[in-house]
Design a protein around this ligand. Structure first.
Ligand code: LLP
Length: 469
């Protein structure tokens, strides 16, 4: 019979035999408990990290990022070579972009995809060769496009007819030649764990397939633009290859038609490769995905009697997601009696939706472990919440944690490397945490934490109270 608290557990959540275990898919490979039961990442104990940098703290395992970046590059290189073509891997910087991370990525032979002027500046500041950059966005400003063309960016992924004309004017003025891809909507929309295919998708990115041919024709007329091919991104946190296969097949139809009026050297199939957030997620290994996706493209080309183009991909989450672990300190615990008779344990930590908005934004599930010691007693279903004045401020909705979790303990939330720091805010005037890289027993700050002074620094009434009365 279920105890009252267990009856609150969602069906998918499996009660661990030991709530101190570290399920491998969600943690960096280096994660282990040391002789004192403290979680260590990259050879550095969570307690030492917190002693040095405080909480909340985003810890990034450098070897994990590098290994995943390398796995993508090697897997796609191999798969492409097997089918007589090449593949480039662009790291989607929106997942987590700092100059240090950009340097690791380049070091591992990847390129970088940026989607704003700000991300472009981070990549340039990191020393990424402009030719290795791709530039995305449905509303790139004239200033952003000018900057990109001026620095000699490798590829601009054009998203609208207006953008084509903006680039026409910029390249005419600067006498530059800019390589562009055309982003199309394949009608395939990835839902987590599945995909939907609709003929007309109601969304803001790219050209609907029937309109793309005209856009390409216009680009081919403009002397300053070099048409390099089509781009398609079907969504994020995708498991399996079915969505990629369907999308590639639809886009190849247009690709083949475009070949009749000129060269179409490339095809970029975007990113979206899913990762494990909880122990029930089981993503396909990247080697398998790469092989299956490239084979699907090759088959699609063979069926249309065309040769396979140069391929590119844009993984973000799958490179940095499980390389990141957030450490929090427990502040309070509460057992809340519900009307149903069940009791839910709430564990409050010293961060929340300001450092991880994903649960509030997407209902995203995460997992957690007691990090500063091994817990004793049976696992208890718990909800980890933040310190913000909002009931949706949830960090981990459902997790079995040791029953003796208490104020002062450290909790570790894995798989926070992607889309947590980039989506962070100063809600409730909470400073954003530092980002620390770990490797071989050493830690380095790669983004410093904000101070309260940083947070207050834009309030114009603080230094000049009289002027703002
Ligand atoms: N390429 C394009 C054109 C994209 O729009 C994206 C993500 C990627 C590549 C990288 O996708 P990834 O491999 O990381 O799934 N904030 C959301 C995710 C938004 C993704 C936006 N575009 C989240 O936290 O789940």
């Amino acid at each position: 019979m279920l105890s009252p608290a267990d009856s609150l557990a969602p069906e998918w959540l499996v009660e661990p035999v030991d709530a101190n275990d570290l399920p491998t898919a969600v943690w960096p490979a280096s994660t282990a408990r040391d002789a004192h039961g403290v979680i260590q990442i990259g050879g550095v104990a969570a307690t030492d990290l917190v002693h040095a940098y405080g909480t909340p703290l985003l810890v990034i395992d450098e070897d994990e990022v590098r290994a995943r970046a390398r796995a993508f590059r090697q897997s796609f290189d191999r798969a492409a070579a097997d089918h007589g073509t090449t593949a480039q891997v662009y790291y989607a910087g929106k997942a987590l972009l700092t100059t240090t991370i950009a340097r690791w990525i380049i070091d591992e032979g990847l390129r970088v995809d940026v989607c704003t002027g700000g991300e472009l500046e981070v990549a340039l500041a990191a020393g990424v060769a402009p030719a290795s950059l791709g530039f995305h966005g449905n509303n790139k400003s004239v200033a952003e496009l000018e900057r990109a063309v001026e620095v000699g960016i490798g590829t601009i992924i054009v998203d609208s007819a207006i953008e084509i004309e903006r680039l026409s004017a910029i390249t005419a003025r600067t006498e530059a030649t800019q390589r562009v891809l055309v982003r199309v909507i394949s009608g395939v929309h990835a839902e987590t764990h599945d995909f939907l295919a609709t003929a007309h998708e109601d969304q803001k990115f790219g050209f609907p397939l029937p309109e793309a041919e005209q856009a390409v024709a216009r680009i081919r007329e403009i002397p300053g633009l070099e048409f390099a091919g089509l781009h398609c991104h079907i969504g994020s946190q995708i498991f399996g290859v079915a969505g990629f296969r369907e999308s590639a097949s639809r886009v190849l139809e247009l690709h083949a038609a475009l070949l009749e009026s000129g060269p179409v050297p490339q095809l970029n199939l975007g990113g979206g490769f899913g990762i494990a957030y909880t122990s029930v997620d089981d993503p396909t290994p990247i080697e398998t995905l790469a092989g299956e996706i490239v084979t699907a493209v090759a088959e699609g080309c063979a069926a249309r009697g065309i040769s396979i183009p140069a391929l590119s991909f844009e993984p973000g989450r799958a490179i940095v997601g499980t390389a990141g672990v957030t450490l929090y300190e427990v502040g309070t615990t509460k057992d809340v009696a519900l009307e149903s008779g069940a009791t839910r344990r709430y564990i409050s930590v010293d961060g929340g939706m300001s450092d991880n908005a994903r649960p509030a934004l997407y209902g995203a599930q995460f997992s957690a472990r007691l990090a500063s010691r091994v817990g004793v007693g049976s696992p208890q279903l718990s909800r980890v919440v933040g310190k913000h004045c909002e009931s949706g401020d949830i960090v981990v909705d459902h997790e079995f944690l040791p029953v003796d979790v208490t104020p002062g303990d450290l909790l570790a939330v894995p798989a926070t490397g992607a889309y947590c720091a980039p989506l962070a805010s100063n809600y409730n005037h909470v400073p954003r945490p530092p980002i620390v890289a770990v490797r071989d027993g050493r830690s380095t700050v790669i983004v410093r934490g904000e101070t309260i002074a940083d947070v207050l620094s834009r309030d114009a009434g603080i230094d000049a109270p009289e002027a703002h009365r």
